[in-house]
Design a protein around this ligand. Structure first.
Ligand SMILES: [Zn+2]
Length: 92
């Protein structure tokens, strides 16, 4: 049994295999479900919840093929007394 094609995955072993890195501006926000979506090559969509992003989770997963993408986003303010979303420019 030969090894799989891991040569392109130069990552720590505890890191999931990331298919791509997506800027959050390129994702679609669904205000109803409070989920971000991005088209997956399999035809389904990567998805990650806003609360996950707020919890510093940045891996969106496609439920159909289990591919993962890393969401690139910037934390605007980590300790504001206002209830300002991190992504107010997108939500506004
Ligand atoms: Zn997929």
């Amino acid at each position: 049994m030969g090894k799989k094609n891991w040569e392109n995955n130069n990552m720590d072993e505890d890191e999931p295999t990331i298919y791509d890195e997506i800027e959050i501006e390129d994702m679609t926000y669904d205000a109803t479900t409070q989920m971000y979506h991005y088209p997956c090559p399999c035809g389904d969509k990567f998805e990650i919840a806003l609360v996950d992003l707020l919890d510093e989770e940045d891996i969106a997963v496609c439920p159909s093929c289990s591919l993962m993408v890393r969401v690139i986003f910037e934390v605007v303010s980590s300790h504001s007394s206002e209830s300002v979303p991190l992504f107010r420019c997108l939500l506004g």
